[in-house]
Design a binder for this molecule. Structure first.
Ligand code: ADP
Ligand code: ASP
Ligand code: MG
Length: 821
């Protein structure tokens, strides 16, 4: 025989019942002899409880709740039964059930009381109603079946609301009730009765256990639990977007996952199946062809961790005090007292100092737990050996589960690293000695973020890096182009999914955690309703619980550069093409470095010194590997490089500057390059990277333009003025060339001093052969007495974007490395 179980989620509408009938019919046709266990229709058990609670409180609106229950079931009947006879037959049976419900709840209203016993009677109607409708419907479409009422079969103790099944007598009853091994049985789940015949229930979501018990007693080949997801997933799909179905897991893993919040199966379901070695298959009613998850003794999947689960609302009760140290029996008294008061303990943690023991419990038990512990330890509290019993609320517990974690070092390190990265504070930790589960208690508000971060760290099939870009000028357009061109390669080869989740210009912004459409972003920005404000990026990251994020500043905006501390503090890495933040006060520069360390994120700005040239990373590598930098010489401006490389005496200086302007090498006003400020900022940054606490005014900057050229208002006026100085420049140039030298405006850092001066250099100088608009830097170190030279295009959107992309990629690589650990 076979046992199937359909939960409330599979029965959410009449249409779904039709769907279920097809699944059941197919199974019964293939192998006759099936017991199908059904829950109440979705939401009905909750409505029944709600009606009872209202009545108990004297709230008359209980009758509206009952009305809702009646209407819901009648809608099913009207849609499922097209012929009048079966429609009215079913309605008649239901009517008597509705009357019973109304009378019971009315009784509760009069007595203002709802005992656990009467609640069980009330709850039992959910399954009675659903199974009546389903059984009648199946009959009406010629799927012949026998209806089993488990109140007559499943015998339990008297622990109402959570009764335990008495297996001996229940087994006998099951065998008797299913004597026709070829029949199709439709059975209520969840409900049972005591030996005296009083209705009980076996705990919320208990239909799973009903099915497992049938399976174990009938020794079936498998028990199938049909629900609304394709199996046990690596995390709750409602909380973790990237959760995926697990092909197979072991019984103990399934048990551990369900105990720690995976609602997909009831925690007690697995035991009877495990005892009898019966596989349990979790299947999706909405996607019957999906393979689902098979729970057996031999899971195929050898992954270390199988899933991450959570219980979203717990309280932590702590007993602490110096009087507990070395005194045996404290824990046993604490847990004995909680057990006597029927308080379920979810998790226990004791520090090795024995100074405190804490236990996670349901918040609704917190007051009782405190009272019973205060009573148990009254003498110790009075003698100040034990402090007051402490209760903390609004907590959640998250757990990673997996049999293979046993004896594998580093698992908890990885867990805590993932939590630390998102600034999630850990309140308590517990690891079972079975090493099957590591649990941490955290603040409830952090639950979703923690689940996503831990899931990403342990289970991500790909690394998602969310990019939030500021600026849609030349650099970012080029960057987007490069991301698009490389997207598939990175996804396939590196399992890196680069998602541009935010994009903004100075007015508007776009946000989309699934990725902004690259081809249409300009149009989308125009029609966007969101006003540009980088704080919106942070809010969005928080709201969507995005794990690895990078803010990419492709602007030259001062305001935007001042937002970096906020991003770094929020655990978001920053890549800046913008030089502003690094070249204001030294303290500001230092603060950004410190924030990135403190928050374990990266702050990268390779393009600040020479666009795509690897200047800053080379200096960092030299220093990190223990080298000492003696001297740096550099030309870090494409404009200046171009002007002096072309000023060979054939054309006057002003004409060369004009050419540079016409070819787009200069700022609109060439003086913005020729005043040396940008060049000086780069030198300042390099000096800081070497370790000098320099401020801008410490840079000795020799101006090349005569003062009156700087004073002219217009750009045209400037060129007129410059012409008047052509001879002045030509003289300098000729003086140099007469000695075989070349004029060059060079930045230098040596002996803790930084300067930019106009020099005449001979052919032995590494910069003598510089061509076009190339940038160049020569780094003399202890290991490189003959300087290490880096040379190449140091400006232009394409190389700058490539430099930004390289920084992004560095961040991605760190994330990938952590994930693979
Ligand atoms: P049913 O009504 O079929 O018994 P439940 O609502 O009890 O369904 O359980 C299915 C739900 O369990 C899924 O919709 C899913 O949201 C939730 N769930 C929580 N954790 C997990 C997990 N690890 N794997 C699968 N589902 C999970
Ligand atoms: N109907 C019951 C509940 O909602 C039992 C179940 O669904 O398994 O808890
Ligand atoms: Mg369920």
């Amino acid at each position: 025989m076979k046992v199937l179980k359909f939960g409330g989620t599979s029965l959410g509408s009449p249409e779904l019942i039709k769907n279920v009938s097809k699944i059941v019919n197919k199974v019964q046709q293939e192998i006759p002899g099936v017991v199908v266990v059904f829950s109440a229709f979705s939401g009905v058990t909750n409505l029944l409880i709600e009606a009872g609670q209202k009545a108990e409180k004297g709230d008359k609106s209980y009758s509206q709740t009952i009305e809702k229950i009646i209407t819901k079931h009648l809608t099913y009947v009207n849609e499922l039964f097209t012929d009048t006879e079966s429609n009215s037959n079913t309605s008649m049976i239901l009517d008597s059930l509705f009357v019973e419900i109304s009378e019971i709840v009315h009784g509760m209203f009069l007595l203002k009381e709802m005992s656990p016993k009467s609640l069980d009677l009330l709850q039992s109607f959910g399954e009675q109603l659903s199974c009546t409708i389903i059984s009648e419907y199946f009959n009406s479409i010629n799927i012949k079946n026998q209806l089993l009422d488990t109140r007559k079969i499943f015998i339990t103790d008297e622990k109402y609301n959570n009764a335990r099944i008495k297996l001996d007598i229940t087994s006998k009853n099951i065998s008797d009730a299913t004597s026709d091994q070829k029949a199709l049985y439709i059975s209520t789940g969840f409900i049972a009765s005591t030996e005296k015949g009083t209705t009980t229930t076996i705990g919320r979501s208990g239909s799973d256990l009903t099915a497992a018990t049938y399976g174990a007693v009938l020794n079936v080949d498998s028990v199938e639990i049909w629900t609304d997801v394709s199996g046990v997933m690596s995390a709750d799909p409602r909380k973790v977007k990237d959760a995926f179905s697990l092909k197979s897991i072991s019984y103990v893993e399934a048990m551990e996952m369900s105990h720690f919040g995976a609602k997909v199966i009831h925690p007690l379901t697995v035991q009877p199946l495990m005892d009898n070695d019966i596989p349990c298959i979790i299947k999706n009613t909405f996607k019957p062809d999906d393979p689902g998850t098979i729970i057996t003794n031999q899971p195929q999947n050898r992954c270390l961790a199988k899933g991450v689960t959570s219980i979203d609302n717990i309280a932590l009760i702590t007993l602490q005090g110096s009087g507990m140290i070395g005194i045996e029996g404290t824990a046993s008294r604490m847990f004995g007292s909680l057990a006597r008061n029927k308080i379920n303990v979810i998790l226990i943690s004791q520090a090795s100092s024995e100074h405190s023991i804490c236990a996670a419990i349901k918040p609704e038990s917190a007051v009782l737990a405190r009272e019973c512990l205060e009573e148990e330890f009254a003498a110790e509290i009075a003698g100040s050996f034990i402090d007051e019993v402490k209760i903390e609320e609004d907590l959640s517990t998250i757990a990673i589960v997996g049999e293979q974690m046993k004896h594998t070092p580093g698992i908890s390190g990885k867990l805590f690293d993932a939590l630390a990265q998102k600034n999630v504070n850990v309140v308590a930790i517990a690891q079972g000695s079975s090493e099957l589960n590591i649990s941490v208690v955290i603040r409830k508000k952090d639950e979703k973020m923690a689940l996503n971060a831990v899931h990403e760290s342990f289970f991500a099939l790909q690394t998602k890096l969310f990019l939030f870009i500021a600026g849609i000028g030349l650099i970012s357009s080029e960057l987007l182009k490069q991301i698009k061109e490389n997207y598939s390669r990175l996804l396939n080869n590196k399992k890196l999914n680069l998602i541009v989740a935010g994009l903004c210009n100075s007015k508007k912004m776009l946000l989309d955690s699934d990725g902004i459409d690259f081809d249409n972003y300009k149009k989308l920005l125009l029609s966007s309703e969101i006003k540009s404000d980088v704080n919106n990026y942070l809010d969005f990251i928080d709201k969507e619980k995005l794990t690895h994020c990078v803010f990419v500043d492709c602007t030259a905006s001062e305001i935007i550069s001042k937002s970096y501390p906020k991003f770094l503090s929020a655990g978001v890495s920053v890549v800046a093409a913008n030089k502003q933040a690094n070249t204001r006060k030294y303290d500001e520069y230092k603060q950004l470095q410190q924030l990135s360390h403190k928050n374990d994120v990266q702050y990268l700005y390779e393009t600040n010194a020479g666009a795509g040239l690897p200047i800053i990373s080379t200096i960092k590598d030299l220093l990190d590997s223990g080298d000492k930098i003696q001297k740096i010489e550099a030309i870090l401006s494409g404009t200046i490089s171009y002007i002096f490389n072309n000023f060979t005496g054939e054309k006057p200086f002003s004409e060369i500057v004009k050419m540079a302007q016409e070819m787009g090498y200069t700022e609109p006003d060439p003086r913005d390059d020729l005043n040396g400020m940008d060049f000086a900022r780069k030198l300042l940054l390099l000096s800081r990277e070497i370790g000098q606490h320099l401020e801008m005014d410490a840079i000795q900057l020799e101006q090349i333009l005569p003062e009156d050229c700087m004073k002219v208002d217009s750009v045209d006026g400037f060129f007129d003025k410059l012409k008047q100085y052509d001879n002045y420049f030509t003289e300098k140039q000729q003086k140099a060339s007469s000695k075989g030298k070349k004029l060059s405006w060079i930045a230098k850092y040596e002996n803790n001093e930084a300067s930019i001066t106009l020099q005449s250099i001979d052919s032995s100088h590494p910069f003598h052969s510089l061509q076009g608009s190339d940038n160049i830097i020569a780094i003399t170190t202890d290991r490189y007495p003959i300087p290490l030279v880096i040379k190449g295009a140091g400006a232009g959107a394409e190389v700058t974007a490539a430099g930004v992309f390289a920084d992004i990629f560095k961040i991605a690589n760190t994330v990938i490395m952590k994930r693979n650990y």
